[in-house]
Design a protein around this ligand. Structure first.
Ligand code: C2E
Ligand code: CA
Ligand code: CA
Ligand code: CA
Length: 283
């Protein structure tokens, strides 16, 4: 390796190595993404969501994981954007919904009451004009109650494709499927979405929750947001709750549901079965 003397030269070298590594990893991931689906390398992790008023379990958010044969477990934050870029998110997204439906049927045998499974939906999936039809078809296939599925959508791209997206979402909502606005407070957040999108529920992003136990702007924003959302007739879920202090504040503000490491990390299917046997539904 050629060693540059100046600090600037070194920095350029490291920068280039880093970029080359990243590029190779991306190419690797992209190439192995398609076979991953039929080689059954994906699985879902399930993170519990609890109702604040009585401490009972509301349900779970399904979070995709990829066990790559050489690279190990890859975060969705890394491979979902790639799948969105090459369109594979559509078949992957359908697999996620099917898998979540199968799991929900099993969960209902534990007698925890009717649970809701939340599934993340990419903006790319929403742009497909057959999206609503596909979702209802998958739910029918597994004989799932429409109201026990919640689709978590993100706000940024919904604005760009409002016509198509709105009609799909309205169709699903009319059928009884629940819709949550995810990652609220990040990206192109807009209060307009709160009144224009046919949603039941708002999820406040963890980047906001992180700061609420400090004298921060986030604290005031989240407190006011809970109030605003209730006045609009919607429910609120706080995600990324890690500390008791954060939970106590959210509870005092009337937040409906909480999710975060304080209550439970995402569990793989084996862990989930164990925890369902042990729990009576309270955190
Ligand atoms: P998200 O929808 O905002 O999901 C919440 C993320 O926060 C998850 O990361 C979860 O593991 C993590 N988390 C939960 N509680 C805590 C906490 O108390 N503290 C902290 N620091 N983090 C917490 P994960 O599983 O790595 O997923 C990352 C993102 O990947 C998700 O963000 C979502 O946008 C996307 N994603 C995951 N599964 C799917 C999927 O099936 N389809 C699509 N389209 N996207 C998915
Ligand atoms: Ca989510
Ligand atoms: Ca989020
Ligand atoms: Ca998200």
């Amino acid at each position: 390796l050629h060693q540059s003397k100046s600090e600037g030269g070194n920095r350029t070298l490291f920068y280039n190595l880093d970029n080359t590594y990243r590029l190779h990893r991306r190419i690797d991931i992209e190439a192995s993404l398609r076979p991953a689906l039929y080689m059954r390398q994906f699985y879902l992790a399930y993170q519990p969501i609890f109702r604040v008023s009585d401490g009972k379990m509301r349900g779970f958010e399904a979070l995709i994981r990829w066990k790559h044969p050489e690279l190990g477990v890859i975060s969705p934050a890394e491979f979902i954007p790639i799948a969105e870029h090459n369109g594979l998110i559509v078949p992957i997204g359908e697999w996620v919904l099917r898998e979540a439906c199968k799991r929900l049927a099993g969960m209902n045998n534990y007698g925890l009451g009717p649970l809701i499974i939340s599934v993340n939906i990419s903006p790319v999936q929403l742009q497909d004009p057959t999206f609503a039809q596909t979702v209802l078809h998958i739910l029918d296939e597994h004989d799932i109650d429409y109201s026990s599925i919640e689709l978590e959508i993100t706000e940024n791209v919904t604005l760009k494709h409002s016509e198509k997206v709105l009609s799909s979402l309205s169709k699903l909502r009319c059928a009884g499927v629940r819709i949550a606005l995810d990652d609220f407070g990040t990206g192109y957040s807009s209060l307009v979405n709160l009144k224009q999108l046919p949603i039941h529920c708002l999820k406040i992003d963890k980047s906001f929750i992180r700061e609420i136990d400090l004298p921060s702007a986030e604290r005031l924003i989240v407190e006011s947001l809970v109030d605003l959302v209730h006045k609009l007739g919607l429910e609120v879920i706080a995600e990324g709750v890690e500390y008791k202090e954060q939970y106590e504040l959210l509870k005092s503000w009337g937040c409906d549901y909480v999710q975060g490491f304080l209550f439970g990390k995402p569990m793989n299917p084996g862990q989930l079965d164990l925890s369902m046997i042990k729990t009576n539904g309270t955190p």
